[in-house]
Design a protein around this ligand. Structure first.
Ligand code: RB5
Length: 143
């Protein structure tokens, strides 16, 4: 498993926290920025990560902004992407298992670093479930 991660100016500190976690746990990642506080537009960063996720089925995406919402709206415009804004551990597990989410969106101004790490860990360790869940996800992709 590999991670493609990006953020806008509202998600820099959270991205740094996550990258430090990946380094510590030797999780492969590619950081698509940004690293300066200069104001940037989240849609292009979301698009870059989504393209990486679609190009490599072993890659999951993580997007950080102020709320996680802008990134998720942008990511979900890309066919084949199932992005979820997550602020609790139950949803982190459920969205990976039930929705087969392939992009996790987090809001630095909403979710503290400790919880965001636990959410990320839970999401990365959850397994997409087959059966009725896969059937529903297949229906999403037909649209
Ligand atoms: C940036 O100020 C903020 O709008 C952005 O990070 C994000 O929260 C948008 O959804």
């Amino acid at each position: 498993m590999k991670i493609a991660i990006a953020n806008d100016h509202g998600g820099i500190e959270l991205k740094k926290t996550l990258v430090a976690y990946f380094e510590e746990h030797e999780i492969a990642y590619v950081d698509f920025g940004v690293s300066s506080n200069e104001s940037v537009d989240y849609p292009s960063y979301a698009k870059t990560v989504c393209q990486k996720v679609l190009a490599d089925e072993d890659t999951l995406g993580i997007l950080c902004c102020g709320t996680g919402i802008g990134m998720s709206i942008a990511a979900n415009k890309v066919k084949g992407i199932r992005a979820a804004v997550v602020g609790d551990v139950f949803s982190a597990k459920a969205t990976r298992e039930h929705n087969h989410s392939n992009v996790l969106c987090l809001g630095e101004r909403v979710t503290g670093p400790g919880l965001a790490l636990l959410i990320t860990e839970t999401w990365l360790n959850a397994t997409p479930l087959d059966g009725r869940h896969k059937n529903r996800v297949d229906q999403l992709e037909k649209k």
